[in-house]
Design a protein. Structure first.
Length: 368
């Protein structure tokens, strides 16, 4: 679309009143400017993803579950507005505290952490958890899962999260307080993009020092994720923050095109909520349009919206708009389809294109 003209919408003189609802608020945002406009347009795009029955991946960076946002994710799962998840180990680990009733409290960021350490209080910005009553109790659960449920066979993090959801569903005090248990109920795959960079993997150390090896099949994971995209009529991502979860969802395009040569083209829609800058060259701040050059997105000119904002501010607004305006969807239950989807890529013909054959020959690289 050509924006080099003076034909845009007139900016309204905004009016609010005590009866303004979320739909009207989003219209106010969308008709304004700056990141308010981006948030309004993002909310509308998320509704479009849902309405078109796109397969929607939610990526969650950092640690959003300690502030209770797992409850929002749970609701979106229940409504069928999220079909698969890529997140950090921290989000899975801390979400399980709520299911078991382990203490998580508001604290403060302007404190002396030496004093907190002496009081066995662990701080996540302005959120407090207890060293023993929260973390050590959670560690016992994770250690037992890895000891009894994840042993001698290769496993994926989706399988681990499914087991965790199953145990929390059956054994925890408040199973309704975890999106992991809801994902288990609805067969929603939950992938942990960086297992070793979390307390989940730290708990493997106990068993590894006793001679128990573990075989995380991360290659199968990336194939499963690409297979989900490949087997979807339309594919979309809602990204909360950046980091490895963002790239894990987006690299499905390069796997399908660059490696498997499927000429897929990548995601149809992506919304990114981030506070990261693009000019430093990091992935978290990389523009969604840049992803087109990698084959991560179908079109650099449409279906991509970045909101520069704190996800704890923007995500609830975006989610509430969808919940208020879109009818629930039937769950896709992708977890039960992973084997079938995986098999759909096993027979892929990885034929080297002629122009690359010539380049390879000219380079005189011989690795045989």
């Amino acid at each position: 679309m050509d924006h080099h003209n003076f034909k845009g919408k007139d900016i309204p003189h905004i009016k609010l009143n005590s009866k303004t609802n979320i739909k009207e608020l989003i219209e106010i945002y969308a008709n304004s400017g700056f990141n308010g406009r981006q948030l309004g347009e993002a909310a509308k795009l998320y509704s479009k993803m849902i309405h078109e029955n796109a397969t929607i991946c939610l990526t969650v960076a950092g640690a959003l579950t300690p502030v209770g946002f797992g409850g929002i994710i749970k609701t979106l799962l229940e409504k069928g507005f999220v079909d698969w998840i890529v997140t950090t180990g921290a989000n899975v680990y801390h979400e399980d505290h709520f299911a078991w009733g382990f203490p998580v409290k508001q604290g403060h960021f302007a404190v002396d952490d030496n004093i907190l350490y002496d009081k066995e209080i662990v701080r996540i910005r302005d959120v407090y958890v207890k060293f023993y009553e929260t973390l050590e109790m959670e560690d016992q659960i994770i250690q037992k899962i890895f000891q009894k449920k994840i042993m001698d066979k290769p496993f994926t993090t989706a399988e681990f999260c499914n087991v965790l959801g199953s145990i929390s569903k059956k054994k925890s005090k408040y199973p309704e307080r975890s999106f992991i248990t809801t994902a288990y109920d609805l067969d929603v795959p939950v992938y942990i993009s960086t297992l070793k960079d979390s307390s989940l993997a730290l708990n493997l150390a106990i068993h590894r020092l006793k001679g128990q090896p573990y075989n995380l099949d991360f290659v199968r994971e990336i194939i499963e994720q690409a297979a989900i995209v490949y087997n979807s009529k339309k594919s979309a991502v809602l990204e909360l923050g950046g980091g490895v979860p963002k790239n894990t969802a987006q690299q499905t395009g390069p796997l399908l095109d660059q490696i498997l040569r499927k000429e897929h083209g990548g995601q149809d829609y992506i919304i990114q909520i981030t506070d990261a800058r693009p000019d430093t060259g990091g992935l978290s701040g990389a523009t969604l349009q840049e992803g087109k050059s990698w084959g991560k997105v179908q079109d650099s000119h449409g279906g991509l919206i970045t909101v520069y904002a704190d996800a704890t501010i923007a995500f609830p607004i975006l989610a509430l708009y969808a919940l208020s305006n879109e009818k629930p969807r039937k769950p896709k239950r992708l977890y039960k389809k992973l084997d079938k989807y995986y098999a759909s890529l096993q027979d892929s013909a990885i034929e080297v294109p002629d122009k690359f054959k010539k380049l390879l020959k000219k380079s005189k690289i011989d690795l045989d």
